[in-house]
Design a protein around this ligand. Structure first.
Ligand SMILES: *Cc1c(COP(=O)(O)O)cnc(C)c1O
Length: 379
């Protein structure tokens, strides 16, 4: 272990848990107070004290339940879970919804549950680690297609659709590291070419942020009903914890019977589910925050492109791709000294040679602050 850690250190890839204090939209690290440009609190709801005050006003010792004490299949299925799922299904216009402890639980649990040895998974090369782990835990065969290369995906489908009982296409809608987007409408068209193809979309970065009611890219593309496994998380824009799938009834029932990361874990605390429901009801009215976030994101992307950086992003996740890890760390340090808390992202999270500073903007960031950051990047 010591040797391996030393090697990581030599390659500037050693990680540590940062000591960090939070103060609304700012963080304090090593005594330095900085604007948090690395948060997943995309709508700024986690930083909003008045929301917490309002929610606290709904709590009493009787409904403040900090534990479910059990799996949902035993005694952990409090009514607030069913209430949240009913409202999710209604908002999305789907037959059913099912809530999980985290996005990691969702992605490592769903694919193993629904796959067998006659299943082929076709996954985008850049899908999140939790999806990779889900694929590894499944009995399916898997082929990764080049990132967003739908021509390659189409060829793979036509080559393999007769040899397997089912094929599952797996993608994110907005990708974690490049901030670019999958073409959901085109994926839906591909899926409909054969009757044994299913589509799995992870909207972790889009739920709350995209769509007129904040339901994600699938809402924007008008294809919620065409996605068999539409998954999202509550830990990012929704300022809570947990994850969901919206799907057909039969899929929900199947997961309740087969999904190990749902069955063999203590359900999230009811008070957490109540907070998620409290936030969920407000999401449709957050259009101002979504528009502001889109506005400042566009300004920063255009600034990077104007400076000659290849910026694949179309969203609020904006990488400044530098290449070598050591340079990336120096650059991130310099930004931090000037009050911008942006973090370097290195292998193995991103491919070797593409270390980057990853800006993850929130609706709390002001346009002037983006302008100041732009100045900083110029120097
Ligand atoms: C954050 C993230 C997850 C994990 O969700 P958690 O609720 O944090 O476990 C899954 N998929 C993607 C694409 C993510 O960005």
């Amino acid at each position: 272990m010591q040797q391996e850690l030393q090697q990581l250190k030599d390659h500037s890839n050693l990680r540590r848990l940062p000591e960090i204090e939070h103060d609304g939209r700012n963080v304090i690290v090593d005594g330095r107070r900085m604007l948090n440009l690395s948060s997943n609190d995309y709508l700024g709801l986690a930083a909003d004290r008045t929301l917490r005050e309002e929610f606290l006003g709904t709590l009493t010792p009787d409904n403040f339940l900090p534990t479910s004490s059990s799996s949902r299949l035993l005694t952990g299925n409090f009514t607030v879970y069913e209430e949240l799922e009913a409202e999710m299904a209604q908002m999305f216009g789907t037959e059913a919804a099912l809530v999980f402890n985290s996005g990691y639980h969702a992605n490592t649990g769903i694919l193993p549950a629904v796959s067998d040895a006659q299943t082929l998974i076709l996954a985008d090369k850049l899908v999140h680690a939790s999806l990779i782990d889900g694929i590894r835990l499944s009995a399916a065969k898997c082929i990764r297609y080049r990132h967003n290369d739908l021509a390659q995906l189409e060829r793979l489908l036509s080559q393999h659709h007769t040899a397997y009982r089912q094929i599952i296409i797996v993608t994110e809608s907005i990708f974690s590291m490049d901030g670019d987007q999958a073409d959901l409408a085109a994926l839906v068209r591909l899926k409909h070419m054969y009757d044994n193809v299913l589509l799995y979309v992870d909207e972790a970065h889009a739920f709350g942020v995209h769509g007129k009611h904040g339901l994600g890219c699938a809402e924007e593309a008008g294809c919620i009903g065409d996605i068999d496994f539409l998954v999202g998380t509550f830990g990012k824009a929704a300022a809570s914890a947990g994850a969901y799938i919206v799907c057909r009834k039969v899929i929900r029932e199947y997961l309740v019977n087969r999904m190990r990361t749902l069955i063999f874990t203590t359900a999230l605390p009811p008070v957490n589910i109540a907070w998620t429901l409290f936030i969920l009801r407000k999401l449709p009215d957050m259009q101002d925050r979504r528009e502001h976030l889109a506005h400042i994101s566009r300004i920063l992307r255009e600034a990077l492109q104007a400076r000659g950086y290849a910026c694949p992003s179309v969203s609020h996740i904006i990488p400044l791709i530098i290449g070598p890890s050591a340079d990336t760390i120096l650059r991130a340090d310099a930004l931090q000294r000037h009050g911008f808390y942006a973090l370097p992202v290195r292998p193995p999270t991103v491919p070797e040679g593409t270390s980057r500073i990853r800006f993850s903007l929130t609706a709390e960031v002001k346009e002037e602050e983006i302008k100041a950051l732009e100045e900083e990047l110029r120097s």
